[in-house]
Design a protein around this ligand. Structure first.
Ligand SMILES: [Zn+2]
Length: 263
């Protein structure tokens, strides 16, 4: 009897049963122990093969999106073949680590990509000329800053009595996972109203009607939540350039839909 027979873990009963189901041809010349040993060896291989097939099926099937969202979610680098202004960053497209940005600092210390600064300033000048009060509450963020914001939000939910898992899920509804926030690109800004000058409603209504003239879009509208994966953020404006902004405004589509239509 081969020495390593005992090390194989397939139950003897099971191996014997399969053997007598003629899975393996009976040969009287082979001692019983040897036949069982061979059977076990074969079963081990079959098990490995079945496991391999199962893994392949799970990974390639659309079900994997449901079963393992964390595994399949962050697998694409941000798509930027249509130009820097149309780069798509969201929960499924992460910013490449070597992404470079040249920044311009605003009067209040916030920073934005230098390429969007002239139009951002022109938009603010016009809004102010029309009696609105506004400022950039958040422009460019480093990935570390984004991580800090997410951790703060998680801590806030934990403080309200949620479990770690719940707190993380809730926080991610409000704060993008580091590497997937447009703020890390420097071409998005959160715009707040100076409520001493005008109401939030007045500001967001004006931006909704005018931002596209300056190349900016309301990135996460209420009616596009299912596509963008982000709840309505009236303050978050994203630069896409005047031409794309005008088209998106006319068609009533969000960035994901617009990019899809260009493919
Ligand atoms: Zn934002």
């Amino acid at each position: 009897m081969p020495k390593d027979t005992k090390r194989l873990k397939i139950p003897l009963k099971f191996a014997k049963k399969l053997y007598f189901l003629q899975f393996f041809h009976y040969n009287a010349d082979i001692p019983e122990e040897w036949r069982i040993f061979l059977m076990r060896k074969m079963l081990k291989r079959i098990n490995l093969f079945l496991f391999f097939v199962l893994v392949v099926l799970v990974v390639v099937s659309p079900l994997s999106d449901i079963l393992f969202p964390a595994l399949t979610r962050l697998i694409h680098p941000a798509e930027s073949s249509l130009g820097w202004n149309l780069i798509l960053v969201n929960g499924e497209h992460y910013i490449p680590r070597d992404y470079q940005v040249n920044l311009t600092e605003l009067a209040n210390g916030q920073k934005v990509d230098s390429r969007i600064y002239p139009e951002l300033q022109a938009m603010f000048d016009e809004a102010r000329r029309q009696g609105l009060g506004l400022y950039v509450a958040s422009g460019y963020r480093t990935t570390e800053k984004q991580r800090e914001l997410l951790e703060e939000k998680i801590a806030e939910y934990k403080g309200q009595g949620h479990s770690s898992k719940e707190a993380k899920t809730l926080a991610e509804r409000w704060v993008a996972v580091p590497g997937t926030s447009e703020h890390e690109l420097g071409i998005s800004v959160d715009i707040n109203a100076d409520t001493d000058v005008c109401t939030r409603e007045a500001l967001y209504s004006w931006l909704g009607e005018n931002a596209h003239h300056y190349g900016f879009i309301h990135r996460y509208p209420a009616d596009k939540t299912e596509i963008t994966g982000v709840i309505n953020e009236p303050w978050h404006y994203r630069y896409v350039g005047k031409e794309a902004a005008q088209e998106m405004y006319d068609l009533g589509v969000c960035l994901e839909e617009y990019i899809e239509s260009l493919k």
